[in-house]
Design a protein around this ligand. Sequence first.
Ligand code: FES
Length: 192
Amino acid sequence: MSALLEKELQELKEVDWSRISPKLEKQLLEKEGDTIIDVVHQNLETIIENNRGKEEALIEVLHQVQDLIGFIPKAVQKKIARGLGVLPTEVASVISFYSHFSEKAKGKYQIALCKGTACYVKGSAEIIDKIKRKYGIESGDTTDDGFFSLEVVRCLGACGLAPVMTVNGKAHGLLNPEKAISVLEQYKNGEM
Ligand code: FES
């Protein structure tokens, strides 16, 4: 085994793989005997081999990796950077620029809170503020316990229910700060 491969595998081993995408979970079940590191590494090799040396393919590669794993940890960013011939800092800045990409695993419950005009005039800013303070997260973050990820978005297309949030895609409308927290606590307690 080359020193580089050994280093890459070691870096992958240091990642917290406790929250992976359903797609990767399925592959892991199908490839009996393989570890999560084996499965991730094989997939990355294939994606990178198809794009080796192509700097212009960076966003496409990030989409494929985000879709596969559910997040793009630093160890994976380094491997992508080496494969495509770009700087790791360039990979990191693209990930932080696009909200679709995430360096950390998303929470079990993904909250999208609307700050579009209809929701804003009905008090969404107070709801956002309450959620941020209650769970100690900013937009784009995940709570340390892995329960919630928060994204503040522009119009969820349900303005009649303003102010609105979705949790894993399910809409909850006509909110106020207390009602929003009560809904989230129900998710946390397994009552939703
Ligand atoms: S502005 Fe919030 S759903 Fe449209």
